[in-house]
Design a protein around this ligand. Sequence first.
Ligand SMILES: *Cc1c(COP(=O)(O)O)cnc(C)c1O
Length: 397
Amino acid sequence: MPIDPKSFAPLSPPQRLLMGPGPSLPHPRVLRALGAPTLGHLDPAFLALMDDVQTLLRALFGTRNPLTFAVSGTGSAGMEACLVNALEAGDRVVIAQHGVFGVRMAEIASRLGCDLVKVEVPFGQSIDPERIRTAIAGKPTKLVAAVHAETSTGVRLSIPEIAAVAHEVDALCLIDCVTSLGGIPVEVDAWGVDLAFSATQKCLSCPPGLSPVTLSERAVDALRRRRSKPSSWYFDAGLLLHYWGSDRVYHHTAPINMLYALREALLVLFEEGIERVHARHLLHHRALCAGVIAMGLELAVAEPHRLPQLNPVRVPAGVDEAAVRRALLDQYNLEIGAGLGTLQGKVWRVGLMGHTARRENVVTFLGALEEVLARLGVRIARGQALAAASEVWARPD
Ligand SMILES: *Cc1c(COP(=O)(O)O)cnc(C)c1O
């Protein structure tokens, strides 16, 4: 079929306020960085920028791991890259499953032919490290994997205890910190984490497309002792090391402009200061929670396990949750997320990630949600939410 370019609408995506489980709002400086002139992937000017990205990522992950870089792909690519390098057929692996992303890790491990032991809890609950120790059962285990911040449920796990339990049997500890990195503290070295992966579009204020990863010396040693090559060529860390390491040998063409964006996003983050960034997420989370509760709604996660950057709000009985999301999108250009897995239809997931985690967005969300719910005839307390949020901002400590 001949193409008539004039029959296509010019590109003009609506300006949405992204308050779902990711992507979140990219910082304007990050979007500008994407438009900088493209360089060759072996251009000395580009190699210097790669070095910067590695330095900045090490600081953010809290690690000295030389093998710290960005996988070309989204968070799931980083997940697959870590698993495919750490595991081979027959390896025993224990995976903590408290949401959709733990399930995804287990699916990848089972495709690799591993001896998979799952530690399952109902979605929305946390996992006691003791349960992981029971699952390990003192047996030789290659890897213990857990999701630090489960975006599907809004629940955080305590990683240092899980890493300690893994090391009791000399297993590697892998964490998914896709939603935690940049939102809450991540300390790879201090916690004894051996492999970690993240993604650009959650708390890093960057569009989707890259997955920062880091591998400890122990993980690299385990890689050297493999009986077989990793089943993926694209994600083979041994090969990627030659590009990101000092020999700079072509492996695949790096997504040049996305790496500019990630570098800019990391600079924006360090200019604000990592502690301040975490404090900002926490403050606006507290304001959002106060507003939601003042409206008469409930939060779905018990307080000690809550994630500041991902807030699941219970859908009141009898409310068409999709109609509410639709109204927010159509009338306020505001996107929030639906429940996933067993939480489908039961919660809305409200993200406060990266550049989205700002006071004006909390105000817009609370006002818009209240207006939409009232219009749909849902019984809520009106006119209280902003005052409750304001109270939190007035007394931040
Ligand atoms: C978003 C997310 C992923 C998957 O990342 P994609 O970028 O969608 O591939 C994995 N784990 C967690 C915890 C996530 O939030």
